[in-house]
Design a protein around this ligand. Structure first.
Ligand code: ASP
Length: 322
């Protein structure tokens, strides 16, 4: 009788412990609101909540230092499932860019699963005299020393893409860092900066509306999204092998209990099958992950492979921050 009581009490405690979440969950986006990472997070938050007891998923934008400030905040947060991180390729490129990192990418996080892959576009202010990639290159060569290239800080995807672009053309540009490419886009629209590399999730609408000029895509293949289909790849335009594609993944602070991680992973699997979510992502040129990389182990393996892939290229380019 006594044994049964203890078992019942433990079962009740267990049930309470696993009633996760019983309050809103914060999803940290390490870039400014309104930008490409933010857009993915907000779309995802809407569908993710269905698998999280219908709790609200609150987006907290912690921009700055190419995404490392937001990631550091999550690395130091309580490992209770109430603070999560949505981050992109910067998770893998930052370790090569910063001499001192505020966290250890492979050891301070739980990897939950990947979300999507997003191509980038090379875009420019609408007042640029160039109307295609060849004309852009001529303009860049004629304006050496006067070109402003916007990005979201050292470690951001826009930084990586811009760095490789400058290196390939052998033209140094003045980089103008922002807390995300949402504010960078505002300045591109206003003509304060000249060019930028950014995810299609941020540029498609502006390209469609004729508000900015688009010159090329950064993937090895042309895109099928109607507004972007006519853009050449940088590879076919002469920058052989140019290939930058952004991916997003979900993380929790190290030590978050496995049942909670499993629940978030299950919520993500369901969210990434949501037809509305898929449709919205595809309209912006993004491809939703449906493969093995949705498992924590494969996500971890992929990030490690990306660190090994980008580290040497970034170090060769010689750009560091303390
Ligand atoms: N697109 C940005 C980047 O360059 C990030 C953002 O603002 O979402 O990484």
């Amino acid at each position: 009788m006594k044994k049964t009581l203890i078992a019942l009490t433990l079962a009740a405690v267990g049930a309470t412990a696993f009633a996760y979440p019983d309050k809103p969950v914060t999803l940290v986006v390490p870039f400014a609101a309104g930008g490409p990472t933010d857009k993915v997070a907000r779309d995802l938050a809407e569908v993710l909540r269905k698998g999280l007891n219908n709790q609200t998923v609150i987006i907290e934008n912690v921009g700055g230092a190419g995404g490392t400030l937001g990631a550091a905040k999550v690395a130091k947060a309580a490992p209770d499932g109430y603070t999560l991180l949505l981050h992109h390729i910067g998770m893998a490129t930052s370790p090569a860019l910063y001499r001192k990192m505020p966290y250890d990418t492979m050891n301070d996080f739980e990897f939950i699963g990947m979300v999507n892959e997003v191509p980038m576009t090379l875009v420019g202010r609408s007042t640029l005299p160039a109307n295609n990639y060849a004309e852009l290159v001529k303009w860049l060569e004629a304006n050496k020393g006067k070109i402003n290239l916007a990005n979201a800080g050292l470690g951001a995807a826009s930084h990586l893409c811009g760095l490789l672009f400058q290196q390939a053309l052998k033209i140094d540009m003045t980089t103008v860092p922002y807390k995300g490419t949402a504010p960078a886009m505002t300045d591109l629209l206003g003509g304060q900066v000249d060019i930028m590399c950014d995810q299609t999730t941020n540029t498609t609408g502006q390209i469609e509306g004729g508000k900015i000029k688009a010159f090329a895509v950064t993937t090895p293949k042309r895109l099928t999204t109607p507004a972007l289909a006519k853009l050449p790849t940088l590879d076919e335009s002469g920058l052989k092998g140019f290939n930058v594609s952004i991916w997003h993944g979900m993380y929790a602070p190290k030590g978050t209990p496995k049942p909670i991680l499993d629940q978030i992973n299950a919520a993500m699997r369901a969210a990434l099958k949501d037809p509305e979510f898929i449709k919205r992502q595809e309209a912006l040129g993004a491809v939703v992950i449906t493969d093995a990389r949705l498992s924590p182990a494969e996500h971890r393996k992929f990030v490690e492979a990306e660190i090994n892939r980008w580290g040497p290229a970034i170090k060769a380019a010689g750009q560091y921050a303390d």
